[in-house]
Design a protein around this ligand. Structure first.
Ligand code: BES
Ligand code: MN
Ligand code: ZN
Length: 506
């Protein structure tokens, strides 16, 4: 084990050449790209030069009328510089949201990829569209192909030319494109680690990915291994990780973008590299999906990458609680009483373990105390915490809970802009009463009803009055089917959402 631990294979993380983005105020019709893309609202005829009108007149409204998700490829036959004109429907103008443009862009990129076209020019109506198109195009180029040779007719998008109407917007557009690209690439980076299976990524490997990232983008990285966790009495991480031959880790990444005296924002991620349930073992159906139980930690990594590359003017600390939850003779058991990390607190929280499959809240307890002890000004945590959250909200929104209305409102507003949707769930005292234990401070399950909320009530026990928001990403961390701009697999959920919050922090 030790020998193996010394040398991890970090070559599986996908690392593509970034897409080349050019911004211009010339027309798409003047571009020598193999394809030009035009977005069209439903039942609105696109206007433009005579050559374009002539071409468009040949299209019947039943073939294409601009309805959402419609796409048509016209071959221009040498009449225009680009050999193809792709029309992409946006649906009715009145129903337009940034998400509509992202989805249309995703479908266009899929079409380009399957057609063997690695670059295109896109006509954009305004500056706001720049980040949405760059965002979706970058996300749509990611796929998890490290273990299967790439399909011959799948070409990654190499370059994109964005054509804007006004010359005066070019500088702002370049900056918007640069930022959107860094953030979406950071989301892809999080996805590429999230997609890796449990035999390849375990806590020590995740820690090595964090160290590698720290070297590459300029972060301070501290990893607490098992011995350090024992010395510091991180009872939660040690209990949950105790059943696995792959030891747990606490991974800390620090970014300093302003005076050292300014308290950092803490981003805390659950990273169970595989969640078998432990002694309270899960049913085998879909157990493979529990490789995604590390996605909260992966979002934290992606966020720290983006924060560092964009040099945000604030201090941010990422804290990842990494463990593998396995059944064995050294596992923690139902009935055990576990003592959380205490830090500088007067007294540690004690936990009665009723179900070893409710492990995420236990490792997060330690990480949240650690965040508070670092003097965090606010804490946002990401966790694939409960199946109950998927029952409540499905796959299209994360559960949002916390103790601070303002912070929750920031996340809610960011969700509208980024399309990474969140929905509030209440955290009333009655739910907190549900996790009271007869033999310890709290127990780790609150019964079947309101499971996402009682899990958050457990976390609330650790944050004191530090402003805190909890995102239960169990339903949103991975997609079970292909979406317009996100392939099946890890979604990177949280990276784009929380970058939006951090970019507008004060
Ligand atoms: N990682 C799971 C939650 C989960 C389940 C996420 C399915 C995504 C898909 C978590 O550790 C867990 O097992 N939670 C239990 C808690 C229960 C035992 C109180 C759950 O939700 O069933
Ligand atoms: Mn579990
Ligand atoms: Zn879990």
């Amino acid at each position: 084990m030790k020998k193996h631990d010394a040398c991890h294979d970090l070559t599986h993380c996908y690392n593509p050449a970034p897409m080349n983005i050019t911004v211009t105020s010339e027309s798409i019709l003047a571009q020598s790209t193999p394809a030009a893309v035009l977005f069209v609202f439903e039942n609105e005829h696109p206007t433009g030069p005579a050559a374009l009108t002539g071409l468009l007149r040949q299209v019947g409204t039943k073939e294409f009328n601009g309805a959402a998700k419609q796409l048509i490829v016209l071959h221009t036959g040498g009449k225009l510089a680009p050999a193809r004109l792709i029309l992409a429907g946006l649906g009715k103008r009145t129903g337009f949201t940034p998400e509509v443009l992202r989805q249309a862009t995703g479908l266009v990129v899929k079409k380009l990829r399957s057609s063997g076209l690695d670059n295109a020019a896109v006509a954009l109506p305004d500056l706001a569209a720049v980040s949405q198109v760059v965002d979706a195009a970058t996300l749509a180029t990611y796929s998890f192909t490290q273990f299967k040779p790439v399909n011959g007719d799948d070409t990654p998008l190499r370059a994109l030319t964005l054509c804007l109407p006004l010359r005066s917007q070019l500088n702002a557009a370049k900056e918007a494109a640069r930022r959107a690209q860094i953030i979406a690439e950071s989301s892809n980076y999080a996805r590429s680690i999230g997609d890796l299976p449990g035999n390849i990524v375990y806590p020590a490997v995740l820690a090595d990915y964090a160290k590698k990232l720290a070297r590459e983008v300029g972060l301070k990285c501290t990893v607490l291994d098992k011995r350090a966790l024992e010395r510091g009495k991180f009872g939660g991480l040690l209990a949950v990780g105790g059943g696995s031959a792959r030891d747990p880790r606490l991974i800390v990444l620090e970014y300093r973008g302003t005076a050292a005296s300014k308290k950092p924002v803490a981003l805390v991620g659950k990273a169970i590299t595989f969640d078998s349930g432990g002694i309270s073992i899960k049913p085998s159906d879909k157990m493979d999906e529990m490789k995604f139980d590390k996605c909260g930690g992966c979002a934290t990594l992606g966020l720290m990458r983006a924060v560092a590359l964009l040099k945000l003017p604030l201090n941010v600390t990422g804290i990842i609680a990494a463990a593998e939850n396995m059944p064995s003779s050294t596992s923690y058991r139902p009935g055990d009483i576990v003592t959380s990390y205490r830090g500088k607190d007067k007294r540690a929280v004690t936990i009665e373990v009723l179900n070893t499959d409710a492990e995420g809240r236990i490792v997060l307890g330690d990480a949240l105390v650690y965040a508070r002890q670092l003097g965090a000004s606010a804490i946002i945590d990401f966790a694939t915490l409960t199946g109950a959250c998927i029952i409540a909200l499905g796959e299209y929104a994360a559960g949002l809970m916390g103790n601070d209305e303002k912070l929750q409102e920031k996340l809610r507003a960011a969700a509208d802009r980024t399309g990474e949707r969140v929905w509030p769930l209440p955290l009333w005292q009655d739910y907190k009463d549900k996790i009271k234990s007869d033999v310890a401070d709290i127990k780790n399950t609150g019964g079947r009803y309101g499971g996402a909320i009682t899990a958050a009530a457990f976390l609330a026990k650790y944050v004191g009055d530090t402003p805190w928001a909890h995102l239960d990403i169990a339903g949103t961390a991975w997609a079970t089917d292909n979406r317009p701009y996100l392939a099946k697999g890890a979604t990177g959920f949280g990276v784009r959402l929380v970058m939006d919050v951090l970019c507008n922090w004060r």
